[in-house]
Design a protein around this ligand. Structure first.
Ligand code: ZN
Length: 467
């Protein structure tokens, strides 16, 4: 696809020369995430999209390079809004394969408590590389494990994000309600409120980039109602407002959680959320399954967003997110792979396909279209992260664009390319551009030795469950 002859002599798209004008010419199909027609192509300059060309149109100004996209389907970079990168170390672990959420968590907590900085670094690389290869350009991670020796967990992750050249919303998670106080996690895995807040503030000041084109952002993310105190929820909301960052947590994932909230706080989940100052448009929630009608209306009125995680919800048999009622009420829906011990893949296209099918079971085939689901995976997810500079193909948006090739056996005989991505099960992007820079070329991540990464990651994963 890199068809210009000049490209054969020099690096195809130099990562250092960011001011070139590139015409991504005549894509086989393009989902822009809006009403514009991009059949003529997309012109990139620097990190931005400068022109979106309808059929038959050519760039207004001369271009430095032409990228022939005739065999490629283009999408805005997919945005993953909920994950636990470290869990790639405990995928498909036999003791928890058939467990629902609470026993699954209680069995895994002691294993996760042995996490090391090296293991987290490798786990983050594995999860992000897997996401990137699936066509994901921005990923949120929810990291809430800070055992002794892991105080710099988010710093370790920032390093990986920069190495891979992806965008990330790293959420400073927390657990502060141990078993001794009626919570779910073992006491040695929880931190006190002062430590959590001080580190949250440090991370925001050190890493949170503001404005368009941000690569690393920080949000605050107490883990779940059954693993944090009311105080840390309230204090995190106050700090997030003061610092202008977003809030994230798990909510309404299972009925066990709802019963826990009723018993522990005397409140249903949304009442609890409101009582700690979180029912607002700064917050996005993972899962959001078990709501009644009145709660859905309140979430919509508040502008709180929901990240739908279909595979995790199916694997743990947690329930089905009521996406259409939520969006009718004004709630923004995005997608997340969750996991990686409850999925156990980090593949955004695979997740979008599962979202299509799970939601069709709930609402019927006519209402859940591939375009609706791709919208959740791109613009919807971007909105959950508070971003309007990514998630669609439009002038002056970031040039985060992913390309899929339809030459695999699975696509043979397919007709509509956009539908085929989900219906035939696209798994792998051919090329991925982030901020105008190629991060995946011809199915390979630029500058990453995958074989060596797998070897090291596998060894540490084995050691983690064995020790
Ligand atoms: Zn989760």
């Amino acid at each position: 696809m890199f068809d210009n002859t000049a490209a054969k002599k020099t690096p195809q798209f130099s990562l250092s020369n960011s001011n070139k004008r590139i015409w991504i010419k005549h894509p086989l199909a393009c989902f822009t995430g809006n009403d514009s027609d991009a059949r003529g192509g997309i012109v990139i300059q620097g990190s931005l999209i400068k022109e979106v060309l309808s059929l038959g149109k050519s760039p207004l100004e001369p271009v430095d390079e032409v990228f022939d996209a005739r065999e490629l389907v283009a999408l805005p970079g997919l945005v993953n809004t909920h994950h636990h990168f470290y869990q790639t170390l405990t995928r498909a672990w036999a003791p928890v394969v058939n467990m629902p959420l609470f026993p699954w968590l209680k069995t895994l907590y002691p294993v996760w408590a042995k996490l090391t900085p090296e293991a987290l670094s490798l786990a983050t690389q594995v999860a992000m590389a897997e996401l990137l290869l699936s066509g994901c350009t921005t990923a949120a991670d929810h990291h809430y494990l800070f055992p002794t020796g892991m105080e710099d967990a988010i710093d370790v992750q920032v390093e990986v994000v920069r190495k891979l050249g992806m965008r990330a919303m790293l959420t400073r998670g927390s657990m502060s309600l141990g078993e001794d106080e009626g919570g779910l996690p073992p006491q040695h895995t929880v931190q006190n409120g002062d430590t959590i807040l001080a580190d949250s503030q440090r991370l925001i000041h050190q890493y949170h980039e503001r404005g368009e084109g941000a690569q690393v952002q920080i949000a605050l993310a107490p883990c779940s109602p059954f693993s944090v105190t009311r105080e840390i929820m309230m204090d995190s909301a106050v700090l997030a407002k003061k610092e202008g960052v977003r809030l994230h947590t798990h909510l309404a994932e299972t009925l066990d959680e709802e019963n826990f909230c009723l018993k522990m706080f005397g409140l249903r989940t949304v009442d609890y959320l409101e009582s700690v100052g979180w029912l607002n448009n700064r917050t996005w929630l993972a899962h959001g399954i078990h709501f009644n009608e009145e709660e859905i209306k309140r979430l919509g009125a508040a502008g709180t967003g929901i990240c739908h995680c279909p595979v995790s919800n199916m694997r743990l048999a947690s329930g089905i997110c009521p996406t259409l009622e939520l969006s009718q009420a004004g709630v923004t829906i995005g997608l997340g792979v969750d996991g990686s011990a409850s999925n156990d893949a980090s593949n955004m296209m695979y997740e979008a396909r599962q979202a299509l099918y799970l939601q069709r079971l709930k609402y019927g085939a006519e209402k859940i279209t591939p375009e609706l689901v791709l919208g959740w995976a791109t613009k919807g997810s971007a909105n959950l992260l508070g971003r309007s500079d990514i998630g669609e193909i439009a002038v002056n948006k970031q040039a985060d664009i992913v390309f899929y090739k339809m030459d695999e056996l699975r696509f043979s005989g397919s007709h509509d390319p956009i539908s085929a991505l989900l219906l035939c099960g696209a798994e792998k992007a051919e090329h991925v551009m982030i901020g105008g820079q190629w991060r995946v070329q011809e199915g390979k991540i630029v500058g990453l030795d995958i074989d060596s990464l797998i070897e090291k990651h596998k060894a540490l994963a084995k050691a983690l469950v064995a020790s």
